[in-house]
Design a binder for this molecule. Structure first.
Ligand code: FE2
Length: 374
């Protein structure tokens, strides 16, 4: 890979794309779904909208569905010691199991994926209840992570068959829709997963970043962003790159003990308001040194926001040819230093904040050092 940012033209994709409408849900396997639901309800401002567990006839697992605008999270825990969920949590800690993808035809998406070499996890299941028809099918991706194709256009229920509606409102923080979901994979495996998304889904490399783009004095990583043509799905994939010290990606892999989802970026239309709300409710963010803001006007030119306000909240800014973006990253949201969230506001810019990588990674390294892992 050269030091140039790689941007491939959409026309170059050889495989017909599996049409994906957008992210349907992100499902986490966690040690205690009830308590996790409190964190996302009170901290992030999600509504708890559906529930499945013993009371609904589900004997093996419990799931809470949380929603804020177009973002749906499922928090799932096992109810007995031998469950797949329990093993997953033991192995990985709390983390993302399933990145659900909404499709018009789950059966067709699954069959197409398998014919192109994807590994099936669950064959198409068609469920019907008083609220309509709901079809899902699941394939494997990196590590123990899976993608479920979700066909819900003929379904009007709270979430899915087997779930009962719950009304536990959150106080919204303005989170709107999932912007991208990032996966970390092992050293020198990124290209295999890039090819997986090209070959199986017909996605293309939207952008690529090499070790020169994403390096600090100590460590580096390389990344490629896989996307569908419509732009509703963006799945960056990172791998560690050898440096003087341990890459943050390697720290993730050591603690997750496998490839997996590193961060989920959710967009907002007013990042200042969103981050102020989140901070008020106890969500912890990475910090950037004051010097970052001293140079900001010079680097990004005129922006609508007050730089002092951005500095007080720790929000980063990056300028691209088509506009700019504002972003911020939480600290890991579980005990192991693995998954975190990004909040992003796009004002014309379609990238990932390349100009912030250095400041961001130095910030992550300060945290890594505190953890004794740098
Ligand atoms: Fe991101």
């Amino acid at each position: 890979m050269t030091s140039e940012t790689v941007e491939r033209q959409v026309e170059n994709t050889a495989v017909e794309e599996i049409p994906i409408e957008g992210f349907d849900f992100i499902e986490f396997y966690v040690g205690n779904a009830l308590q996790a639901s409190y964190y996302y309800n009170r901290g992030f401002g999600f509504d708890v909208v559906a529930y499945s567990g013993l009371e609904t006839g589900e004997r093996n697992r419990v799931s809470y569905v949380l929603r804020q605008n177009k973002v749906q999270l499922i928090l799932t825990s096992g109810l007995n010691p031998n469950s797949e969920i329990g093993h997953h949590v033991l192995q990985h800690g709390d983390g993302v199991k399933n990145v659900g993808l909404r499709v018009k035809d789950a059966r067709k998406a699954y069959e197409t994926a398998l014919s192109r070499g994807a590994e099936g996890v669950a064959a198409p299941v068609e469920q019907e209840d008083k609220d309509g028809r709901f079809v899902t099918a699941t394939i494997k991706t990196y590590g123990d992570t899976v993608h479920t194709f979700v066909q819900r256009r003929e379904y009007t229920g709270a979430f899915a068959p087997g779930f009962k509606a719950v009304e536990k409102k959150g106080e919204t923080t303005g989170l709107l829709i999932i912007d991208h979901v990032v996966g970390n994979v092992e050293c020198e495996r990124m290209i295999d997963w890039v090819q997986f998304y090209e070959r199986v889904f017909g996605f293309y490399v939207y952008q690529g970043f090499d070790a020169k783009d994403i390096s600090t004095e100590y460590s580096a990583l390389v990344s490629k962003v896989m996307a569908n043509k419509g732009g509703s799905i963006k799945l960056p994939i990172n791998e560690p790159y050898p440096g003087k010290r341990k890459s943050q990606i390697q720290e993730y892999l050591d603690y997750y003990t496998a490839p997996g989802v590193q961060h989920i970026a959710i967009s907002t239309a007013d990042i200042i308001k969103t981050v102020a709300h989140l901070r008020d409710r106890g969500i912890d963010f990475l910090t950037v040194p004051r010097s970052y803001y001293d140079m900001l006007s010079e680097r990004v030119g005129k922006i609508d926001e007050d730089i002092e306000e951005l500095a007080s909240l720790g929000i980063l800014v990056d300028r691209e040819s088509e506009g700019y973006l504002l972003q911020i990253f939480t600290k890991p949201v579980e005990d192991r230093p693995t998954l975190f969230f990004e909040v992003i506001q796009r004002k014309g810019a379609k990238g990932f904040g390349k100009g912030n990588f250095k400041a961001l990674f130095e910030s992550i390294e300060r945290e890594q050092a505190v953890r004794g892992n740098l």
